[in-house]
Structures are given as structure tokens and as C-alpha cells.
Design a binder for this molecule. Structure first.
Ligand SMILES: Nc1ncnc2c1ncn2[C@@H]1O[C@H](COP(=O)(O)OP(=O)(O)OP(=O)(O)O)[C@@H](O)[C@H]1O
Ligand SMILES: [Mg+2]
Length: 404
């Protein structure tokens, strides 16, 4: 383990020397400062792994040192040392962002432990930030692959609406990338550090869905043995993705409409309204207008959701996207399967371009994965593609996808 560099700020020369000696013995590299101005000057120029400061100093005080660390190297933890009987000061220090406090006389082992904890904490915070950025890169915009004017327009809409709190309705056939678009909206919004909570409205019966979405209070129904927050509350400050919104019952649609209009919900079994601050993105692969006309979906909810509609065209209407998506799925699947095939034969590309892709991008993703398993050479050949796709290019072109 490399030596961690600590700044020890203490005006009493004897105490400082003693503590520095002990900390060195415990494996730290220790720099010292006697007064607040000197300490502040150092933390402005030099990075420390952690700082220990006495609260009472000859010139200035520990809170000044703390403030200086917080502004010039906010990740660095500060442990504050107080004389006994000054708990109020310790509380003030914690409020001002100290990592820990200790009262005199200080046990060197205890101080060392606290310093190590503060360094560990700093490292974890850094790691979470890095991982978040990585996930964002992988799931956000970066992951929406497109080369077609149609998808360019979709991406423009995503970019425009992301910064607002408007409710978005994403429509498109199954597998066109609705959830991906919903995530991109979240990841590019000011809410990106909040959670993205997704629920498939078609997967649960009405009662369960209601308590999932709105939460419930203890005793509101058999089995409700505790209070439970709903997803609207979980997604506070973030985004709630209501997938397959058309699969909700009329009763639930009324409640959703009320939640969207009033910005508040009621937990099941509770009359108190709870304010919500989740942004809602809904999705559907069905023809909503038709469902409204047939009376199967409430028109008021439809109009409320449709404030900002984004329609993702099916893959067959954006053929420019097929080769670039196929290439990217090939690259990704290669890593996973360890396959040696690194490209498609021209015949395979032609077949994929002519196929109608009823399952859209998801079907393409699976087809590529499968063909990579089938391929034995350096190329994915026509024969390695799923039969319904390979069959397309056999007869004359234009007669599309009869084999499907
Ligand atoms: N433009 C794209 N670039 C990269 N990957 C994509 C793109 N569009 C879709 N995908 C991938 O295709 C798969 C299906 O996408 P997604 O789940 O978002 O579709 P969906 O419209 O929600 O489908 P369903 O209606 O069946 O729920 C996912 O693995 C997604 O990552
Ligand atoms: Mg989906």
C-alpha cells in the first residue's frame, strides 16, 4: 500500500510532534502546519489524502482550514480535533462538512482508523462517479446507434425534450428502441443523478400495479404488513418509465391522470396526498389513437401523455441503420462469445438489408448473435444467418420477406 499523505494542523508544537511521530509509525506520510493561514496556503497548492486539524489554533481556526479544503479539494476528508467540552464546535464542524471529529486526548490508533476510513470513503465516491459515467456512456446517447435521417430526427427530439420536465410519450413497434430512448432522455436530463425507474404496466394485475406505483399504508389490504413507498416516490427527482401504458385498466388510468395533473398521489389506504417530483415517460407499441377511438384508452390521459410525442419508425423504414447496427452488435457479441468472425460477407449484408425485420432492432441483435455462433470462419456468411433472413436474398429482390 502506498503511503498516504496527511496534513496535520496543530498549534501546540509538542502535541503536533508527538502525533506526527505516531502517525508516521502507523504508516502515514505527515506534513505539519501550525496556523490556519499557513495550512490554507498549503491545501491550495498541494493535494493531501486527508487533513487533521485542531479546532482552536493560534491564528485562525480549524473551521477556516476545513472551508479551505472543501473549496480547493472537496474530495479530501477532514478530521477535526477539539478540546474536551466543546461538542457544539464539533457539531458545527460536522455540519460544515468534516468527515469525523475527535476530542482530546487523541488516541493515535483511533485517529489513524478515522483517516483510513475517510480515504476509503473518498475512493468509493470517486469510483461511484466513474462507474456512473461509464454506465451513462453505455446506456445513454452513446448507445443509440443510427445513420438514418429518421433516427436523427428522433435524437433531435430527445435532445430538445431532455432538459425539460415535459411528459413524453414514446411510440413504436416492438423492439424499435423505446426503452433506450426513454433512458437517453433521462441520462441527458438534469435528473440524470436521480433514478430511472421502469415498470411494465402489462405485467401486473390492477391492484398490484396500483400499490407498486402509488405505494400503500400498512393494513390497507391483506398482506400489506408495512408502509411502502411507490415507484412515483422512488423516482422522485428522477424519471418514471411507464412501459406498455395501454395495458392499464380504466380505473388506474384515472389515477394516473390525476397524478400527472395534480403532481400528487395518494398511497393505497391513505387519504393524505403526497407531492411527487418524478418526470414521466410513457411508452406503447400499440395504436393509441385507435384504442382511444374504441374507448379502450381514456382520451384525457392520452392527451395528457401526448404533450411531447416521439414516434420511433420501424427498422424497415430506415434501412441505412441496418448495416451500422449489425456491425456494432457484431463487435459487442464478439467480445462476449470470443468468436473469430469479425465481419459480414457481402451476401449476408445484402440479405439483412432486404429483410423486413418484424421484430425490429431486437430481432437484428439476436440474429447477429446467433449467426456469430454459427460462423466458423473469419466472416459471417449468408448461410450463418437465421434461415428466414438468408432466404430473403435467394429469389429476386423486392419480393420482401415472404419467408418470414
Ligand atoms: N438505435 C439503437 N442502437 C443500439 N441499440 C438499439 C437501438 N435500438 C434498439 N436497440 C437495442 O434493441 C433492443 C430492443 O430495444 P428496446 O428494449 O428499447 O425496445 P422497445 O421498443 O422497448 O421494445 P418492446 O416494445 O418490445 O418493449 C435493446 O437491446 C436495445 O438496446
Ligand atoms: Mg420495451
Amino acid at each position: 500500500m502506498d503511503e498516504k499523505k496527511i496534513l496535520l494542523v496543530e498549534d501546540d508544537g509538542a502535541q503536533s510532534a508527538l502525533l506526527a511521530l505516531e502517525l508516521k509509525r502507523l504508516g502515514f506520510r505527515v506534513e505539519t502546519a501550525r496556523e490556519a493561514p499557513a495550512a490554507c496556503a498549503r491545501v491550495e497548492k498541494e493535494l493531501f489524502d486527508a487533513v487533521v486539524t485542531d479546532l482552536r489554533l493560534g491564528t485562525g481556526d480549524g473551521l477556516t482550514v476545513l472551508a479551505s479544503v472543501k473549496s480547493s479539494q472537496p474530495e479530501t476528508g477532514v478530521v477535526v480535533i477539539t478540546g474536551h467540552g466543546s461538542i457544539d464546535n464539533a457539531v458545527a464542524a460536522m455540519k460544515a462538512g468534516a468527515f469525523d471529529y475527535m476530542t482530546k486526548p487523541v488516541e493515535p490508533e483511533e485517529l489513524a482508523l478515522s483517516l483510513r476510513k475517510s480515504i476509503e470513503h473518498r475512493d468509493l465516491v470517486g469510483e461511484v462517479r466513474r462507474l456512473r459515467a461509464e454506465v451513462r456512456e453505455r446506456q445513454g446517447f452513446a448507445k443509440i446507434i443510427s445513420a438514418s435521417p429518421a433516427m436523427e430526427r428522433v435524437l433531435e427530439l430527445v435532445a430538445k425534450v431532455a432538459s425539460t420536465d415535459a411528459t413524453v410519450l414514446v411510440t413504436g413497434e416492438s423492439g424499435t428502441g423505446k426503452e433506450l430512448v426513454a433512458r437517453a432522455i433521462h441520462e441527458n436530463s438534469p435528473r440524470r443523478d436521480g433514478s430511472f425507474v421502469a415498470i411494465n404496466c402489462g405485467a401486473l394485475p390492477e391492484g398490484l400495479l396500483e400499490s407498486e406505483l402509488f405505494g400503500h399504508v400498512k393494513g390497507s389490504f391483506t398482506g400489506a404488513d408495512r408502509n411502502k413507498r411507490g415507484l412515483f416516490e422512488e423516482a422522485s427527482g428522477g424519471t418514471l418509465f411507464l412501459d406498455e401504458i395501454t395495458e392499464t385498466t380504466p380505473g388506474l388510468q384515472v389515477k394516473l391522470l390525476r397524478a400527472l395533473q395534480e403532481g400528487e398521489i395518494r398511497r393505497v389506504g391513505d387519504n393524505h396526498p403526497v407531492k411527487i417530483s418524478a418526470r414521466v415517460v410513457a411508452a406503447s407499441n400499440r395504436d393509441l389513437l385507435k384504442l382511444v377511438a374504441e374507448g379502450k384508452f381514456r382520451d384525457d390521459l392520452y392527451y395528457r401523455l401526448k404533450v411531447f410525442p416521439i414516434a420511433i419508425p420501424p427498422l424497415r423504414e430506415r434501412p441505412e441503420d441496418v448495416p451500422i447496427l449489425a456491425e456494432s452488435f457484431l463487435k459487442r457479441a464478439r467480445v462476449r462469445t470470443g468468436s473469430s468472425a469479425s465481419r459480414f460477407s457481402p451476401a449476408a449484408i445484402k440479405a439483412m438489408g432486404a429483410y423486413a425485420w418484424p421484430g425490429n432492432v431486437r430481432e437484428l441483435e439476436h440474429a447477429v448473435e446467433r449467426s456469430l455462433i454459427m460462423a466458423s470462419g473469419p466472416r459471417v456468411e449468408l448461410a450463418d444467418l437465421p434461415p428466414e433472413i438468408a432466404a430473403v436474398s435467394a429469389p429476386t429482390r423486392r419480393k420482401k420477406s415472404r419467408a418470414a
